[in-house]
Design a protein around this ligand. Structure first.
Ligand code: TYD
Length: 158
């Protein structure tokens, strides 16, 4: 079953906050903004700012109103999520704790590097969510059932 917005979600945070997240396996990266009078530019390179070799880039955009997506964890891939336009929210769940994070800044990356269940919601109409991954797409490394996810967490800490 999905866990979206359960009452047990303890903390609502925003990516702008320097506070450490409650969930494990998630960190934030500040990107260097090369701005001048013309505007801003951010350059992302694998193993230089992005903590892995980038094998895949995908982005989610034109998300329809009210859509909630995600509902999975990845067993073998690490990702940096960047909201390059607009905003959206993530429910992050490491199997023990849950936290809601707002991504709303193109100069911040959310690095998800472990077994984390995520649900993405509250997309603004202009939201472009870009994801950098250290693997090519492989459906076999997706955990799309929440009970299976909890079993994977238990197995990983046994
Ligand atoms: P899906 O995993 O459902 O997206 P989300 O988890 O964000 O809700 O992906 C939607 C479709 O796109 C699904 O058929 C799988 C496919 N897909 C790829 O082919 N390559 C990719 O890198 C990703 C992320 C998805």
């Amino acid at each position: 079953m999905a866990v979206l917005l359960e009452k047990s979600v303890p903390v609502t945070d925003t990516i702008a906050s320097p506070r450490k997240l409650n969930v494990d396996f998630v960190d934030f990266i500040d990107f260097r903004v090369m701005g001048d009078h013309r505007g801003s530019l951010i350059s992302l390179e694998g193993n230089n700012g992005i903590p892995f070799d980038i094998k895949r880039v995908y982005y989610i955009f034109e998300t329809t109103h009210g859509t909630v997506r995600g509902f999975h964890a990845n067993k073998n891939s690490n990702k940096v999520m960047i909201c390059t336009s607009g905003s959206c929210k993530f429910l992050l769940d490491d199997g023990r704790r849950k936290q809601v994070v707002t991504l709303d800044n193109p100069a911040k990356g959310m690095y998800v590097h472990g077994l984390i269940w995520r649900e993405i919601f509250d997309f603004t109409p202009d939201c472009v969510l870009m994801v950098l991954a250290d693997t090519v797409y492989d459906e076999r490394e997706y955990v799309r059932n929440y009970q299976d996810f909890l079993r994977e967490v238990t197995a990983s800490i046994a």
